[in-house]
Design a binder for this molecule. Structure first.
Ligand SMILES: Nc1ncnc2c1ncn2[C@@H]1O[C@H](COP(=O)(O)OP(=O)(O)OP(=O)(O)O)[C@@H](O)[C@H]1O
Ligand SMILES: [Mg+2]
Length: 458
């Protein structure tokens, strides 16, 4: 319910206004005291203020200034008595939205308040749209990603165009789906997401299509399905490749006719919903294997968006690292500033099988475990430095015709691994011992044995 604050020193006017506003279904708060007015505006969610300019000894203009300082966007309508029209003009300059003269009629109040609130909601909407226009909420500047941003903007405009998003797990398919909805004219309507792989066939069916009362044993009441709930908005069908063949037929019909029928129902219901589907599997292969309907594939693939894996757009790695570092450092109240050059190199070389999700989790874990100004290789999880080709370890060893001396080769492997571990930990013995899972004493012994000239404390 919209809350409106009345500020007037005459109790009779306050009561009158309260009655008029209550009749329109608004909640009216009122006060004759300027200080109280300011504190109400500060503490409460007020949509609109009706302010008398002539507040006994106090000037309404001062209250207006104070209120605008608290919330520059709050709409204020001035009430002015005879002889204060000049001040009303002054008030408009300070930022009042409009003014109304005393004595006023109830109808005039109804109208001016209604218009003001409509303006307010429009302004908020525009602001939200502008904000969304600027941020798709995805980090990265690789050509691949910039092209995706372009595609998102383009398809968002076409309200009902079906979109098929493909990409490995963790590449950001859900973010893309959300961005399409947010940038579309449907932004104020529902965005409903359902994972098609998470429910067995009949549950998913009733979830999507809804059911009439008595449609099956447990259907005690009528239930609307997600297609109906997302009407006028967007529905995001995640992991579409997992959808049962039987349900694929029904989805195909929805795409063709834009109608659904509730389970147990006997009438078709028109729906106006944008369908966004996503998959991390190759649907083409599924079609060959007769697990996915080809006709449905073509119906879904009206506007395809493919997100390449992170390893194919490594230039996004530094900005993603930076973004998540700032975010988690703040979230866990740490003062972590940057990645060292070496750490960054390792991360750039890593192949990120879990894509952005994995990168995000790595940074989160580091921010939980450490509190260092600069993140060094030793702070990174094993899998990341595991791939660096720092010191060669002869794992795939060819046995020559003349044979080998097993102990010598094993020693070589051991020496190589220890040297590599030291590079990663930056020469820290305790950490090196830990990542090799050997006691520190053993490590020291081996260092001497292999004459790995590393300065050891103690
Ligand atoms: N470009 C990006 N900028 C910022 N965060 C991103 C970006 N891409 C992905 N993420 C983040 O990575 C995580 C995984 O993204 P998302 O859930 O969208 O991936 P997905 O492709 O839907 O994965 P899955 O196939 O496993 O469902 C989320 O936390 C998301 O916020
Ligand atoms: Mg997802």
């Amino acid at each position: 319910m919209e809350k409106i604050l009345i500020v007037d020193d005459e109790a009779f006017i306050r009561e009158n206004l309260e009655r008029i506003l209550a009749a329109d279904g608004y909640r009216a708060l009122s006060t004759g005291c300027p200080e109280e007015a300011v504190s109400i505006v500060t503490e409460d969610e007020i949509s609109l203020v009706l302010l008398d300019l002539n507040l006994g000894s106090e000037s309404g203009l001062d209250v207006l200034r104070a209120v605008k300082e608290v919330d520059p966007e709050l709409l204020v309508i001035i009430i002015t008595g005879y002889g204060t029209v000049e001040s009303a003009v002054e008030a408009l300059k300070i930022g009042a939205y409009d003014y109304i003269k005393k004595p006023f009629k109830a109808d005039a109040i109804h109208l001016i308040v209604k218009l003001a609130l409509e303006t307010q909601s429009l302004r908020r909407k525009v602001k939200r749209l502008v904000r969304q226009e600027n941020d798709i909420n995805m980090i990265g500047t690789s050509p691949a990603l910039l092209q995706i941003f372009q595609q998102i903007r383009e398809v968002a405009k076409h309200e009902t165009a079906t979109v098929l998003i493909t990409g490995e797990s963790g590449t950001g398919k859900e973010l893309v789906a959300q961005a399409i909805h947010n940038l579309s004219p449907r932004v104020d309507k529902p965005f409903i997401e359902i994972n098609c792989g998470s429910l067995p066939f009949n549950l998913l069916e009733s979830e999507l299509f809804g059911h009439e009362r008595g449609a099956f044993t447990d259907a005690k009441t009528r239930k609307l399905g997600l297609f109906e709930e997302s009407d006028n908005g967007s529905i995001f069908l995640d992991e579409i490749g997992e959808m049962d063949m039987g349900l694929q037929v029904k989805l195909l019909r929805v795409l063709e006719d834009r109608k659904i029928r509730r389970l147990g129902g006997n009438r078709n219901i028109d729906i106006n919903v944008r369908i966004i589907a996503a998959t991390n599997a190759k649907l083409k292969n599924a079609i060959d294997a007769k697990e996915f309907r080809e006709d449905l594939y073509y119906r879904l693939n009206v506007f395809p968006i493919h997100i390449p894996p992170l390893r194919e757009r490594r230039e996004d790695v530094p900005s993603l690292l930076e973004y998540f570092l700032q975010r988690f450092s703040r979230e866990f109240n740490k003062a972590m500033r940057a990645f060292s050059r070496d750490a960054l190199d390792l991360m750039l070389r890593y192949h990120w099988p879990g894509n952005v999700r994995e990168l995000r989790n790595v940074v989160e874990r580091i921010c939980i475990m450490y509190n260092v100004d600069e993140i060094k290789p030793e702070h990174l999880p094993r899998e990341i430095w595991g791939e660096s080709p720092q010191s060669e370890v002869p794992f795939s060893y060819e046995i020559p015709p003349e044979g080998i001396v097993l102990d010598d080769v094993v020693c070589k492997v051991e020496k190589g691994l220890i040297a590599k571990a030291f590079t990663i930990t930056g020469g820290n013995v305790a950490r090196t011992a830990r990542i090799l899972n050997v006691p520190r004493g053993t490590l020291r012994y081996k260092l001497e044995k292999y004459e790995l000239g590393i300065d050891l404390p103690g």
